[in-house]
Write a protein that binds this ligand. Structure first.
Ligand SMILES: Cc1ncc(COP(=O)(O)OP(=O)(O)O)c(N)n1
Ligand SMILES: Cc1nc(C(=O)O)sc1CCOP(=O)(O)O
Ligand SMILES: [Mg+2]
Length: 207
C-alpha cells in the first residue's frame, strides 16, 4: 500500500467533547493514516478511545497509528509512531510484525531518517515546518531538507508542524507524501468544515 495522503492526528484537548464526531468527519473526507495522540497517563481511557478509533477506522478502511505506545499498538494490532525518545525501532518492528506501519520522527536530520530506514520504519516524519499551536517548541525544519530527503530516501516522507490548507502546497511541491495535521484540520468550527478541509488536503496531494 502506497502511503500518501492526509495524516490526521488527534488532540485530546482540542477534541474534548467532540472526539468521535470530529474524527468521523475527517474520515468522511478521506484520511490515509489516523494517529491517536494522547499524552496523558490514563491507561483505561487511552485503551477505550483507541479501541473506538480502531472500530471507526475499520469502517472507513483507514489505518490507525498509536503515538508513542508500541504495547497498545500491539494489543490492538495497529501501527505506531515513535519519536527519538519513545523506544527503539527494531524491537518494535519485531513486536508488530513486517506488515505493521511504523513511523519515526526525524526532526530536520536526514541521518536520523537513514537510521530509521535501516531499522525498518515505514515512513519518516520531518518537522516542524510552521508555527504550531499543538507543539510550539518542536525543532524547525526547512523546505531544502525535503529536497535532500527526496533525493536520498526511498521511504514515504511525512511533514508535520503548523500545516494548514494555506501553507501545505509548497510541502507537496517539495516531495511530501503525507501531510500530518492536528489544528489545521480539527481546529474547525463544525464537522462539515472538518470534512471539507480533509477533502481539500487530499486534493492538494491529488488523491
Ligand atoms: C507523524 C508524526 N510526526 C512526528 C510526531 C512527533 O513525535 P514525537 O517527537 O515523539 O513527539 P510527540 O508527538 O510524542 O509529542 C508525531 N507524533 N507524528
Ligand atoms: C506532534 C507534533 N510533532 C511535531 C514535530 O515537529 O515533530 S509538530 C507537532 C504538532 C502538530 O500539530 P499541528 O498540526 O497543530 O501543528
Ligand atoms: Mg512521541
Amino acid at each position: 500500500m502506497k502511503l500518501r495522503g492526509l495524516y490526521a492526528i488527534t488532540d485530546s484537548q482540542l477534541l474534548a467533547g467532540r472526539f468521535l464526531s470530529y474524527v468521523e468527519a475527517a474520515l468522511e473526507g478521506g484520511v490515509t493514516l489516523l494517529q491517536y495522540r494522547d499524552k496523558s497517563s490514563d491507561e483505561a481511557r487511552r485503551l477505550r478511545e483507541a479501541e473506538a478509533l480502531r472500530n471507526l477506522c475499520d469502517r472507513y478502511k483507514t489505518q490507525l497509528i498509536i503515538n508513542d505506545d508500541a504495547e497498545l499498538a500491539a494489543r490492538l494490532n495497529v501501527g505506531v509512531h515513535l519519536g527519538q525518545t519513545d523506544g527503539p525501532l527494531s524491537p518494535t518492528r519485531a513486536l508488530l510484525g513486517s506488515k505493521a506501519i511504523i513511523g519515526s520522527t526525524c526532526h530536520a536530520q536526514i541521518e536520523l531518517a537513514e537510521q530509521a530506514t535501516k531499522e525498518g520504519a515505514s515512513y519518516v516524519a520531518f518537522g516542524r515546518f510552521f508555527n504550531s499551536n499543538t507543539k510550539p517548541g518542536a525543532p524547525t525544519c526547512s523546505l531544502d531538507l525535503l529536497d535532500q530527503a527526496r533525493k536520498q530516501l526511498h521511504l514515504p516522507i511525512c511533514a508535520i508542524g503548523g500545516i494548514t490548507l494555506d501553507n501545505a502546497a509548497p510541502l507537496v511541491a517539495h516531495g511530501v507524501d503525507l501531510l500530518a495535521v492536528v489544528h489545521g484540520l480539527f481546529g474547525a468550527e463544525s464537522t462539515a468544515e472538518v470534512t471539507r478541509r480533509a477533502r481539500a488536503f487530499n486534493e492538494l496531494l491529488k488523491i
